[in-house]
Design a binder for this molecule. Structure first.
Ligand code: 3SL
Length: 245
């Protein structure tokens, strides 16, 4: 039986072996929720990059550029990091190059893995079905905040473990803790997260509706997977998602 484990921060990745594993990269508020939304809105592919300057260079290649730092849209880019900014048809058929404070970092730091899947509550079941089919050992990589633990990514890890617990082995405390936390919180995730640091940070920035939106489960049948140098939606590229409908 394959195993599932949880890494609470990209800064802890040196403690884990990535080779041969499937990584699920998650930044619930808001990078991976936004990427999943972009694919649901018809984005062709997404190039996550770590630095603002690198992201900027993609404009000359005909890509849309998106950037966020400390919760705020960076100046000079087409888009920020709110899922609602991707819903007016602007990303359809386009390549989006994006850099965010933590989420794009978590993805790029996982490149040694055999597979990288982008996870969010919004595509939770699509991710769980894909992992069950893959049968690789799984590591959920939480983006956290500037190297530190956060609650919302841990809750996602717990939700994924809950859906996979009959088909994946887990013995470590990080995985157990995420499951227990999710089981405690799942009846009302929004209330549970009220005091969390990033919810308070976003609310100070008057960003309210993104929070509830990103906590919705299974809104989209989207499966962003790393291929060569970018993310593509496997639900569009193959018949995989239809098989589990
Ligand atoms: O840290 C990140 O990558 C962002 O998702 C943070 S924010 O939600 O845009 O503030």
């Amino acid at each position: 039986m394959p195993s599932i484990d949880v890494c609470y921060s990209p800064e802890l990745l040196h403690l884990y072996e990535l080779q041969g594993k499937a990584v699920v990269a998650v930044d619930i508020l808001r990078a991976t929720s936004t990427m999943v939304t972009a694919f649901a809105q018809g984005a062709r592919d997404i190039v996550p990059v770590m630095e603002l300057e690198e992201c900027r260079t993609y404009a000359a290649k005909g890509c849309l550029t998106a950037a966020e730092r400390d919760g705020v849209k960076a100046e000079g880019f087409d888009l920020g990091n709110s899922p609602f900014g991707y819903m007016q048809g602007q990303v359809e058929g386009r390549t989006v190059a994006i850099t965010t404070t933590n989420g794009t970092r978590a993805i790029r730091m996982s490149e040694a893995a055999a597979e990288i899947v982008v996870g969010a509550f919004l595509n939770l079941q699509a991710v769980a079905d894909h992992l069950a089919r893959l049968q690789l050992d799984v590591l959920v990589v939480c983006a956290g905040w500037k190297g530190k633990f956060n609650l919302e990514d841990t809750l996602f890890a717990g939700a994924l473990v809950e859906r996979l617990q009959d088909r994946f082995a887990f013995e470590n405390d990080a995985t157990l803790a995420s499951l227990y936390l999710y089981q405690t919180a799942k009846a009302d995730l929004l209330s549970f997260l009220r005091q969390s640091s990033h919810v308070r940070r976003l609310e100070r920035l008057e960003i309210h509706k993104d929070i509830g939106f990103c906590l919705q489960h299974d809104l989209y049948q989207v499966l962003p997977v790393w291929k060569h140098d970018r993310l593509v939606d496997l639900c569009v590229m193959s018949s995989e998602c239809r098989m589990s409908d």
